[in-house]
Design a protein around this ligand. Sequence first.
Ligand code: GRG
Length: 309
Amino acid sequence: MKTAEGLSAYLDARRAEVEAALGGYLPAPPDAPPIVDSAMRYSLLAGGKRLRPILCLASADAVGGDRAMALPAACAIELIHTYSLIHDDLPAMDNDTMRRGRPTLHVVAGEGIAILAGDGLLTEAFHLLAREPVSRDPFVAARKLRVIETIAHAAGAVGMVGGQAIDLASVTPDPKGQLYPVDDAAALRGMHARKTGALIRASAVSGAILGGGSDHQIAGIDQAASEFGLAFQIVDDILDIEGVAATLGKTAGKDAAAGKPTYPALYGLETSRRMAAECLERAEAALRSASVDDERLIGIGKWIVNRSN
Ligand code: GRG
């Protein structure tokens, strides 16, 4: 694991575990009608980096737990993430036509089915979290409940939905013609902490809980993941400017065109890059102080900062 190849092999192996498990966690026809089943699978099984589930599995590993215990939660989080992308791409939100290198779901299946596929993925995620891992052990049941609480809180109004609402209201005038102001560093950071940061944190925390980590370890991993979330968003903003659609798998330059507040717009590209690197330093310090200075987690931080999509 000391080498870049070691890390890359670790990430590939975790991604393969997730890919192999994801489809099997969804209900299949005839239990679910083919129309919603195929729509959910179209978006879920379209690739994607699988960053959140990999972070979840790596966090279980980092606390010395049994990674298999975290696999259902890792996949449930990817279901929720995929739902958020489907809904974000709808005409009523970001109105995008390309995602994960394919036409967006509403383009191929219509808006109604896209909304329902998102709803289905979100709901199936909690069905999965409640039923797996199957165990009669009361300690496992308690961890599952804590993870359900963690993920629900991150995905709901306090987290991702709240952040998305702020983002939407910052660029779409309300009936009185008012925009919700996101025009300074604190407001920008707060919006992203909810919109993208909360689910990234919940991914790491859930893995650490299911891996049986101590509260001290879980708190350190949470703090590091919060830095990963911020770095993820800063780099996302940079890629929106510098990336090309073919690599990103989605439309490039949309944020700038929409006049959205972004890190490069607020700080410039150079400072934004430095800020992302500083997030990594703080994440490493948080992991060290919680005695989980795990190379795999630190490697995921580096992947987030150095990624090209
Ligand atoms: C609709 C409730 C609701 C929420 C949507 C996260 C989000 C909130 C929307 C996504 C819009 C977006 C492009 C945000 C920027 C950061 C982000 C989440 C990018 C996509 O995540 P990646 O890069 O995608 O992990 P892959 O496809 O690799 O999984």
